[in-house]
Design a protein around this ligand. Structure first.
Ligand SMILES: [Zn+2]
Ligand SMILES: [Zn+2]
Length: 280
């Protein structure tokens, strides 16, 4: 069954986020549990968590995923920033658990000159300090490779898990299509798509990819630029997305959109994904 939704706001409270998702035509969704560009994590009280769970069950909008704040940086050589990042990440994870949200995704961070290998090891070592609550899986998001960000290769994400004390029981991967493409992974023809699937199998494993971020890319293959475009209207295009969302290895994964918020909006993009699943 196709599960596709969009990132929605919690500005009106958690239960209303479910309503907003339903209005867009989504049947799964993503939220922040605080400010995306701040350290504050909002408290989740029991009544609100219960109302969120009921709304999600009533509307059959699931599974949900929490996206971590963009400030988190586990790759950094700075211990104070790493400590602040871990505190924030733990608080966001606990908020996901309070809401019964099974997935939490974050960007591994940037090494800011310490070197890519050191950055990858930093992420792995710091992941070991996390208490992963029962019922929640922490997902590493692949990156576009912009600047000194780490996580542009699938093997690098696999290495972060290997370095940490956690296993793939607690940690998994969220694949972002724009980031894959910007990092140089092509999937716009059959041969390149097959190569991508082989590389997933050889590294993190298909079964450890728990969620997909569907975004087209404003910039060409390998550009290392992270700018999202509407589905089919960027450099990946309809053919690339059709291959991605209909592939046997990926079609059962829940998918959320983080496409530009303009006049087209998320509803248009959700419809587009549904069409790509059924059009020949
Ligand atoms: Zn992300
Ligand atoms: Zn992005």
């Amino acid at each position: 069954m196709l599960r596709v939704g969009a990132h929605v706001s919690i500005a009106d409270g958690y239960p209303d986020a479910v309503e907003h998702e339903g209005e867009l035509g989504g049947n799964c969704g993503q939220i922040f549990v605080g400010s995306p560009r701040g350290w504050a994590v909002s408290d989740v009280d029991d009544a609100e968590a219960e109302a969120f769970r009921e709304a999600a069950a009533d509307r059959d909008v699931r599974p949900w995923i929490v996206h971590g704040t963009y400030l988190i940086n586990l790759a950094t050589p700075k211990d104070d920033l790493a400590a602040k990042s871990l505190d924030c990440l733990q608080a966001e994870l606990d908020a996901a658990a309070a809401l019964d949200i099974p997935y939490y995704v974050f960007h591994p961070g940037a090494h800011t000159g310490a070197g890519e290998e050191t950055g990858i090891e930093n992420v792995g070592n710091r992941l070991s300090d996390l208490e992963v609550p029962d019922g929640v899986t922490v997902l590493l998001e692949n990156t576009a490779g912009k600047g000194t960000t780490v996580g542009r290769r699938l093997a690098h994400l696999d290495e972060m898990v290997a370095v940490s004390d956690h296993s793939y029981d607690d940690i998994g991967v969220c694949l972002d299509t724009c980031h894959l493409f910007a990092a140089g992974y092509d999937f716009t023809d059959d041969a390149s798509m097959a190569d991508l699937i082989d590389e997933i199998r050889d590294t993190v494993g298909i079964e450890h990819i728990h969620y997909l971020h569907l975004n087209d890319s404003k910039h060409p293959l390998g550009s290392e630029k992270d700018e999202h475009e509407h589905i089919g209207e960027g450099e990946i295009g309809d053919e690339g997305f059709r291959r991605f969302v209909t592939h046997d290895a990926l079609c059962e994964k829940p998918m959320v959109l983080e496409t530009p918020v303009d006049e087209k909006g998320y509803a248009w993009n959700i419809d587009r994904v549904r069409d790509l699943r059924t059009e020949e």
